[in-house]
Design a protein around this ligand. Structure first.
Ligand SMILES: Cc1ncc(COP(=O)(O)O)c(C=O)c1O
Length: 370
């Protein structure tokens, strides 16, 4: 064999290597036809995460996708022109904008409702083809009752699909499929990834037919993560429960500390009923008592242990202003209609020492007092 051929073809059989952690299958194609043939279809690094999260949420099929937004997009593609979609009005800003654009383009009738109010809940009695909500919601971490919504809409339209964005609760503390949801979606870019270093999403379902449709969506649209991102995600999930344990403790302590602060109007914390939502931590909102947006900006800039921007649900703490950040894609009127104003601040607690975080927050408050 010539050197150039040898350089190209030399390869060892790794059959005798028994790695304790799954290697990265950084390959686009496989020699065998079954079960793997092309990474756009599937890859062992994807399957490991899919099986794991499926087991955690008691689903039948999970599909790993390129981002949380892709999980939402894949789900909306289950609808057909003429269908009706009902969405809870408290929702991540990009999802809100995407629902509007998608529904207009594909002739799907879209309605936003307050699924915490009798008026909004009564819209379920019209039997929409899909109901979509986050719980806890972004913003304000309100808890929406999955069981109540699912039972009510399916009474009128048994084929209606109930979709829960489960990103903020995580698969550890909320299992939407157990309460009647058909799909549970996640942005893995948040707690699941947990280090602000990768982007991916996942759709989990207990309906095998829906699962196959989403897998086909990934295959034909090519919206898959890189195997390395899937590998990073698998590794991060190993520490999800210990990370959350620390984040939950810090969140409870800091939320209480904020409640005592005269410059804080309100601290938003979800209701942990022990049934649907069994625990919570990491992300909260509070309303700053201020009259000028400059005060908000000063407060945020004085924080040294909280990164400003889009990072959240990570090992490092972060601060954001939903008005100018996560909900920027909504107009001013749209934001006000969901009760959001410029004085709402989102804090994401990482794994730093809680006393350090408190003293950092207190210094930032001192700066706006003076
Ligand atoms: C609740 C929720 N769902 C979905 C998304 C979108 O996820 P990704 O950024 O992975 O596309 C986000 C992003 O912040 C989010 O907060």
């Amino acid at each position: 064999m010539k050197d150039i051929t040898r350089l190209i073809r030399h390869k060892i059989s790794a059959q005798d290597a028994k790695p304790v952690s799954t290697p990265i299958f950084q390959t686009s194609a496989f020699k065998s036809g079954d079960p793997y043939f092309y990474t756009r279809k599937s890859n062992p690094n994807f399957v490991e995460v899919e099986e794991l999260l499926c087991q955690l949420e008691e689903g039948k099929k999970a599909v790993l996708l390129s981002s949380g937004m892709t999980a939402i997009s894949a789900t909306l593609h289950l609808l057909s022109p003429g269908d009706r979609l009902l969405v809870n009005k408290l929702i991540y800003g990009c999802s809100y904008r995407f629902f509007n654009d998608f529904c207009e383009q594909f002739n799907i009738s879209l309605e936003f409702a307050d699924l915490l109010a009798p008026d909004g809940l009564s819209k379920l009695d019209t039997g929409p083809d899909m109901v979509f909500f986050e719980t806890p919601t972004n913003p304000f971490v309100k808890t929406i009752n999955i069981q109540e919504i699912s039972a009510r809409v399916k009474k009128v339209n048994p084929k209606s699909l109930v979709v829960v964005d489960n990103t903020w609760a995580t698969s550890l503390f909320q299992k939407p499929l157990k309460f009647g949801a058909d799909l549970s979606l996640h942005s893995n870019s948040k707690f699941n990834g947990g280090h602000s270093d990768m982007i991916s999403g996942i759709a989990i379902t207990n309906n095998a037919e829906i699962g196959e449709k989403i897998a086909a969506y990934r295959f034909y649209n090519g919206c898959l993560p890189d195997p390395f991102a899937a590998w990073l995600l698998r590794r991060s999930l190993q520490t999800l429960s210990v990370r959350l344990e620390r984040q939950i403790k810090s969140t409870a302590i800091i939320a209480e500390h904020l409640r005592q602060n005269p410059l804080v109007d309100q601290v938003f914390f979800p209701e942990i009923d022990g049934k649907q939502l069994t625990n919570y931590g990491g992300l909260i909102f509070f309303h700053l008592k201020a009259t000028s947006f400059e005060t908000v900006k000063t407060f945020m800039s004085k924080l040294e242990l909280f990164d400003e921007g889009t990072s959240m649900a990570s090992v490092t703490s972060a601060v954001a202003n939903p008005w100018t950040g996560s909900h920027l894609s909504m107009s001013e009127d749209e934001k006000r209609s969901i009760g959001l104003d410029e004085f709402v601040i989102r804090l994401s607690f990482g794994l730093e020492d809680v006393e350090d975080l408190i003293s950092d927050i207190d210094s930032a408050f001192s700066a706006i007092k003076s």
